[in-house]
Design a protein around this ligand. Structure first.
Ligand code: ADP
Ligand code: MG
Length: 360
């Protein structure tokens, strides 16, 4: 099992210095708006992903008026105690230490503490841009498969190099095809790897997602998820060749897995336009529960589950059924934020769960 025993925050967001211990498997985090419930979940997110769920800029997560922060935790990983520390130095340099040993690459840490977060803004996976969907997909696949992240980072690096090369060609009005050939060959290797992983992943993910959606809504609505990639119709090596002239004039790489898209449909209509708010929320939960299933299967223990304000606008029945799924059917550690201590305690008591409430 994976369990956080305690966490200490220093100069992290609204926390000056605070330590919190967690005794139980199910932890309610309560308090009024703005007390730091979401910030606490984000600190846990840092421990799992070495970064924030919300912002790309670490500096902005230091307490206002300070430079740098520290997040430290004692973690029980399958009955072994570990100490994890994420530090942002005053200089802006970030470090991550596991049992006092700094990681050379943060990517090596991803997947060690599998984690699923559900925050209201995550509905962006459905309603947002394709970039939001790829980010979700990459985060999940990186946790499921260590090699995926390595290849993805390589691909992104090569893509950047190729794009600057194309820009240089345009600026200097020269074109070095040999150099481009070399880069393309490397890019193709990485792209093919990622494409195959994504394709295999969706073969497994889609049926599970449909099941979970049905479990949540109990109505047989036809939902579809389609993985779209230019690489589905042609080999990437051909695509790169055919698009060279386009790329040279656009000064960037116009085909590749960085343009992959996911299409959600409800009754054959685009989900983001057609579905109600409630249906969107159900789909989001179904996506997240499927993540949970897959991570559990991969690791033989449940991931950490971070539920941020998930009860808003849900009726009693849905709250109960959600809690049953995440607290009873799922045996991992669960953190649940709610502004309403009474509401959360009542529901958890009703389900006869052993829980604790932390009032911030
Ligand atoms: N870098 C920061 N320094 C100080 N306070 C911050 C920082 N970032 C966010 N906050 C504060 O944290 C509070 C929000 O915390 P949050 O965890 O979102 O609250 P909630 O309990 O409603 O989830 C706000 O009052 C915000 O001003
Ligand atoms: Mg919040």
């Amino acid at each position: 099992m994976l369990k956080i025993r305690n966490i200490s925050l220093t100069q992290f967001k609204n926390y000056h210095s605070r330590s919190i211990g967690f005794e139980k498997r199910i932890i309610g985090i309560c308090g009024n708006n703005g007390v730091g419930k979401t910030n606490l979940l984000d600190a846990i997110h840092y421990l799992c992903f070495t970064k924030s769920h919300f912002s790309r800029f670490d500096q902005g997560n230091s307490l206002i008026g300070f430079n740098g922060f520290r997040i430290e935790a004692e973690i029980d990983l399958e009955n072994k105690n570990e100490n994890a520390v994420c530090i942002l130095r005053e200089t802006g340099k970030k470090e991550f230490h596991l049992d006092a040993i700094p990681y050379e690459k943060f990517s090596h840490h991803i997947g060690r503490y599998p984690c699923v977060m559900i925050a209201p803004d995550d509905v962006q996976i459905i309603t947002g841009e394709s970039e939001d969907r790829r980010k979700w997909l990459d985060t999940l696949l990186s946790q499921l498969d260590k090699t995926y992240l390595t290849h993805l980072l390589q691909y992104n690096r090569l893509l950047q190099q190729r794009n600057s090369l194309l820009k240089n060609f345009a600026e200097s009005a020269t074109t070095d095809f040999t150099l481009l050939d070399v880069l393309d060959e490397q890019l193709v290797t990485q792209a093919n790897f990622i494409f195959e992983k994504r394709k295999l992943f969706f073969n497994e993910f889609i049926p599970l997602l449909k099941n979970n959606y049905y479990r949540i809504t109990s109505v047989n609505e036809a939902i579809e998820l389609k993985y779209e990639s230019e690489l589905l119709s042609s080999s990437f090596i051909d695509l790169v060749k055919w698009n060279r002239l386009n790329d040279l004039s656009a000064q960037r790489t116009t085909v590749g897995i960085h343009r992959d898209e996911l299409i959600f449909k409800l009754q054959n209509q685009p989900f983001k336009k057609f579905a109600s708010q409630g249906q969107r929320k159900s789909l989001l939960f179904a996506i997240k529960l499927t993540e949970l299933d897959l991570l559990k299967e991969k690791n033989d223990f449940s991931p950490l589950l971070l539920l941020d304000d998930v009860f808003e606008k849900l009726d009693e029945n849905r709250i109960m059924s959600l809690l049953k799924t995440v607290c009873i059917e799922n045996q991992g550690q669960v953190f649940i934020t709610d502004t309403n201590n009474d509401r959360l305690s009542t529901h958890l008591n009703y389900l006869q769960l052993d829980f604790e409430i932390i009032n911030l």
